[in-house]
Ligand binder design. Structure first.
Ligand SMILES: O=C1C[C@@](O)(C(=O)O)C[C@@H](O)[C@@H]1O
Length: 801
């Protein structure tokens, strides 16, 4: 094959058309899914519609509704020509009639040429996502022979040209039974597609732009509230595409804020490889991706300069299709090509990249760099990155001067600037945005690149900031009346160690709010996990609360508010709170507190993960049931409401406490103009399930399974008349001492007897999820989730009687 024919897929695309769309869609634009049979579009569509609360339209169903017969039957009855005509007509109508508010799954109709034209046009206004997955998986799912599979794959490629986005539907280990159940030995009907749910939901959050906007307003200390380039000192783990297969990406979590994915090899058909690795990084590390195509990717290709340029921009287009969060474009390319890329970048932020290799120029004083900065800005780049390969230590001093020059300009762009090479480290440590870092695992298992051997790890970079007192060691606590058995210290301490933080975390038994306040006045106080009986009471000592803590009426996370570096104290303004969030990690006098709630996040994460498609939430029909009336019960009710459930029942031994909780939520809901009573009390265990309501499919038990103080253990078992859901549901047990509570034993029994699909989530599954969110609130850094979950499993046996 000649070089030119090899290049065709990339070149043809770039040369003959304008970018397929600007990828700027209105947030409610309908999302269209296309792809071959077996790619998983239907499940993905279902996940997407549930996540966004939209209507799911499938082409097959639409066809059936319109014609009264299935596509197959229509084909049989009217022949191929008539079928093609009808199919096209209906596809067009389905798309054009549903431009907003839906998730649309296209079936086989999208393979015809006229349909692809319509889809291409749709790309101008709507996300059209090509869903693809591992060829072997499609083959085995559809039981195809080699030839048939090859034919399908070739036909499927046409989908790439009539879509503007691409989603690689990574194999989900929660579906094949190879995964150890999370509840370590208690036995479960494991939920399927739990990773796919998380992956595709975050893909959509990015596309619709909902994530950041919502977080900033609702919880200003959440790490999603500010894009990484606006946070202080962020790290980008540098990964080369070709080395990923040799790595266990799960091992690489270490407090990096992004992954810098360097495309270091090239072949004309590598889209699938890149798609798969982008999906793998997302699933394992869950941080934004910075996509960069290296010049040396083309070293062994014998391409001409022009062909390299085409291949480079072909890969960049592919990065945009995968909706990477950041894309780096080399400023050496022509202004035309760069602005074309910027125009089609949608929500992806474009970083103009400028690399200087020469040793003998004027260091960072060189005017050419300012020229490049201005050019990048005028071309519409969102950020600029300057990298200088140097062997002169004095170059580190001039980086700061260069940055000062830029930062003194009005409306300047965020700028990344550092030296690489033997003497580059001080400038890497001083750089504020996306400092490239490596990981200890890569230093040993993957051959070192010349530059990588001089890169710090995220932990080292952070430690260096402690040395110059830019960060202070802080004290964190777990505070409550009976905290002797908490697993929080183990989880948080392990996470500090992984991330190179010099904090400590201890559990302390406290008797009163005064005692809490006294402890938390220390200038080195970093934050506290608050537990019973203080979750509700603590609100009286908190000046600023997240939207969630306010709505729940309880906080489990207490954070200090200190004087800001600009001398200002605080006000309720979100912008001011974001500034406080950006000062995390520094000690100083405390004058007020901020409260948030992560219990609801833990519960919601577990409910979402484990709710089967048959029990997907329907506003008007789904009901929830919460046992208990403490802070955790409030969080459980809120989690269910946040997921779209509009009717939650509550039962508690002391009815009056349940009534207080119900009153709280009902007046909150009235303020949001939600009609009717959202929370209703079940007054006794003997009452029948209220008529007119479906049986609950989401249940959370928030009562201790052991005795607390002089209270007897709840030993709660569910009245059988409340367990009548024919489709089962999810039961979340919040207690984890003992792990196998009377309720869980009962649910397993019921499951055996009735064969109803009840999924059990035990306390050890929720606990790390709330702690992960809490660590992120407390430190502003991505939590090492795997490590925190591992600590729970390692340590809980110590507390079992
Ligand atoms: O309720 C809990 C559990 C917990 O108190 C623990 O036991 O570690 C930690 C709190 O953050 C959380 O809200």
């Amino acid at each position: 094959m000649s070089v030119t024919t090899q290049l065709e897929p990339t070149l043809a695309f770039l040369d003959t058309r304008a970018p397929p769309s600007t990828r700027n869609f209105r947030p409610d634009a309908s999302i269209v899914l296309i792809g071959c049979r077996g790619s998983g579009k239907r499940s993905i569509g279902f996940i997407g519609a549930t996540h966004l609360g939209r209507r799911l339209i499938t082409e097959d169903h639409y066809f059936f509704e319109a014609t009264g017969i299935s596509r197959g039957a229509f084909f049989q009855q009217y022949g191929s020509q008539e079928f093609q005509k009808k199919s096209f007509e209906l596809l067009k109508r389905m798309l054009e009639g549903n431009r907003i508010g839906c998730v649309i799954e296209c079936g086989m109709g999208s393979l015809s040429v006229p349909a692809q034209k319509v889809l291409l046009e749709f790309c101008n206004t709507n996300p059209v996502i090509y869903v693809t997955r591992e060829s072997e998986q499609i083959r085995s799912l559809l039981r195809l022979g080699e030839e048939e599979a090859a034919r399908l794959e070739t036909a499927d490629l046409a989908h790439r040209n009539c879509s503007n986005l691409e989603y690689f539907n990574l194999f989900d280990t929660s579906c094949d039974g190879t995964e150890t159940p999370p509840e370590n030995g208690i036995g479960n009907v494991s939920s399927r597609l739990k990773y796919a749910k998380e992956d595709f939901s975050s893909f959509l959050d990015f596309l619709t732009g909902q994530g950041v906007i919502r977080s900033g307003f609702e919880s200003p200390f959440s790490i999603n509230a500010l894009p990484p380039e606006m946070r202080s000192y962020t790290y980008a783990l540098s990964l080369r595409l070709s080395t990923i297969p040799a790595l266990d990406l799960m091992e690489l979590e270490a407090g990096a804020d992004a992954v810098q994915l360097k495309i270091d090899t090239w072949s004309p058909d590598m889209q699938r490889v890149i798609g798969k690795q982008v999906a793998t990084i997302r699933r394992n590390l869950g941080v934004p991706i910075m996509f960069q195509v290296e010049d040396y990717a083309f070293d062994n290709t014998h391409l001409s300069i022009e062909e390299k340029e085409h291949a480079y921009f072909g890969l960049m287009e592919h990065g945009l299709r995968l909706a990477v969060e950041y894309i780096l474009v080399d400023l050496k390319y022509s202004s035309d090509l760069i602005s074309r890329l910027v125009r089609s970048s949608g929500r992806t932020r474009v970083i103009g990249h400028h690399l200087h290799r020469e040793e003998n120029s004027w260091g960072w004083d060189d005017e050419s760099r300012m020229i490049q900065y201005r050019r990048a800005k005028s071309l519409g780049c969102d950020m600029v990155r300057f990298v200088r390969a140097t062997s002169k230590p004095q170059d580190n001093d001039t980086v700061r001067e260069f940055l000062n020059r830029i930062e003194s300009m009005p409306d300047h762009l965020p700028v990344i600037a550092y030296n690489v090479g033997e003497h580059g480290r001080p400038s890497l440590i001083a750089n504020r945005i996306f400092t490239p870092v490596t990981h200890p695992v890569m230093q040993t298992t993957v051959s070192k690149s010349q530059i990588r051997q001089f890169l710090p790890t995220a932990a080292e970079a952070r430690q260096a900031r402690y040395e110059i007192h830019a960060l202070d060691p802080l004290h964190f606590y777990h505070l409550g009346a009976s905290v002797f058995y908490s697993l929080s210290p183990a989880m948080h301490t392990a996470a500090y160690q992984v991330c190179g933080m010099k904090n400590d975390f201890q559990s302390l038994k406290v008797e009163s709010l005064e005692e809490i306040q006294q402890l938390c006045q220390d200038p080195n106080f970093g934050g506290a996990a608050i537990t019973q009986p203080f979750k509700v009471q603590i609100l009286s000592r908190i000046s600023a609360k997240s939207y969630h803590a306010k709505a729940i009426g309880a906080a489990n996370t207490l954070l200090p508010l200190r004087t800001l570096s600009n001398g200002k104290s605080w006000d309720q303004n979100t912008q001011t709170l974001l500034r406080h969030a950006n000062q995390r990690g520094k000690a100083g006098p405390i004058f007020a507190y901020y409260g948030d709630n992560t219990d609801f996040i833990g519960i919601q994460t577990c409910l979402r993960r484990n709710l089967s498609p048959r029990n997907a939430i329907q506003h008007s029909k789904t009901t929830g049931l919460v046992i208990g009336a403490g802070g955790m019960a409030r969080a459980a009710i809120y989690a269910m409401i946040q997921m779209g459930c509009r009717k939650v029942f509550i039962y508690n031994r002391t009815v009056e406490n349940a009534e207080n909780v119900a009153r709280h939520f009902n007046s909150w809901a009235a303020g949001l103009s939600i009609d009717g009573e959202i929370v209703t009390v079940l007054k006794s265990r003997d009452v029948a399930w209220p008529s007119g309501y479906r049986q609950p499919t989401m249940i959370a038990s928030c009562v201790p399974a052991r005795s607390v103080g002089n209270q007897a253990p709840a030993n709660f078992e569910m009245p059988m008349q409340w367990l009548g859901s024919p489709t089962g549901g999810v039961v979340v047990e919040l207690a984890y001492l003992p792990l196998d509570t009377p309720l869980l034993k009962q649910i397993r029994r019921v499951r055996e007897e009735t064969k109803q699909a009840w999924v059990i989530v035990n306390g050890l599954e929720v606990l790390p999820e709330q702690a992960i969110a809490q660590f992120e609130l407390m430190t502003g850094r991505k939590a090492p989730k795997r490590r925190m979950r591992f600590e729970v499993l390692q340590n809980h046996y110590r507390y079992e009687e």
